[in-house]
Design a protein around this ligand. Sequence first.
Ligand code: FMN
Length: 315
Amino acid sequence: MMDWTDRHCRYFHRLLSRQTLLHTEMVTAPALVRGGALHLLDFSPEEHPVVLQLGGSEPQELAEAARLGEQAGYDQVDLNCGCPSDRVQSGTFGAVLMKTPELVADCVAAMRAAVGIEVSVKCRIGVDDQEPREVLPRFVEKVAGAGCRKVTIHARKAWLQGLSPKENRDIPPLDYPLVVEMKRAFPELEISINGGIDSLEAAQALLEEGLDGVMIGRAAYHKPWEILAGADARIYGAAAEAKAPEDIARAMLPYIERHLAQGGRLHQITRHMLGLFAGRPGARGWRRVLSEEATRDGVGPELIEKALMRVTEAA
Ligand SMILES: Cc1cc2nc3c(=O)[nH]c(=O)nc-3n(C[C@H](O)[C@H](O)[C@H](O)COP(=O)(O)O)c2cc1C
């Protein structure tokens, strides 16, 4: 998720969950290939398994970007066919690609030819006045024909005109049954569902309907302990009990220290940690200390202990 799942966020999320598959923000192929912005590929080895999400619509450029991603060590590359923002539309990528499945198939084929790692696609059920029950099966068939075996479907349309990107994540109605139908129609594909899933109970219910995966965006970011720490036991059947959120906070300290020693700022990391105690006593105090004080000059990792004190007091 743009501006959210940067490398610091992913490192934090990986401490919460060993098993879940983490995704980068969308990185555009032109930024990598034409702009040479290879720093966008930086990540920590602890983040594995991690997927690089690419934006683009030019097959050879995407192939080159995928190659750079594989070289950097990513486990999978994903092509974004779901983002409705204006900036992205102007570059002809994101959700507007739902209108040109042949072009998406060419992109997937070129990426597949360039790399040995998995190439996946994330899409919507349609855009604008498309009829999802007609266009989605055709879209999935095309990308599967080009060698894509993993598709994540955000179970709502995107409106390319008239709705903001934020509205496009909430207003178009969700159609989970259609995504379940896609799994039945394409049993050989790994089909994951996304959109509005905000608890592990909801995720489990969808898995029980036959889907292969559930992608959780905003809820995982805002309630990371509940969703991510819970997922290893509940979804993946891990035997070990989840670490307490206090332990996760302290486990971030060496990473924070390294970041500060390299000239980074505390809030670049702690801004992703604000929801760690969501729904638990002390959540507000924790959030307030970090959000108000982490941007101050010279503040260091001791702020974590100060914020944890608020949690202890509340408990
Ligand atoms: C701040 C923000 C940034 C996002 N950036 C991306 C992105 O880069 N690539 C992408 O495929 N989806 C992106 N999304 C959409 C989410 O991946 C997801 O499809 C959407 O939020 C619906 O899932 P949810 O209800 O679980 O959040 C973003 C969402 C948010 C809130």
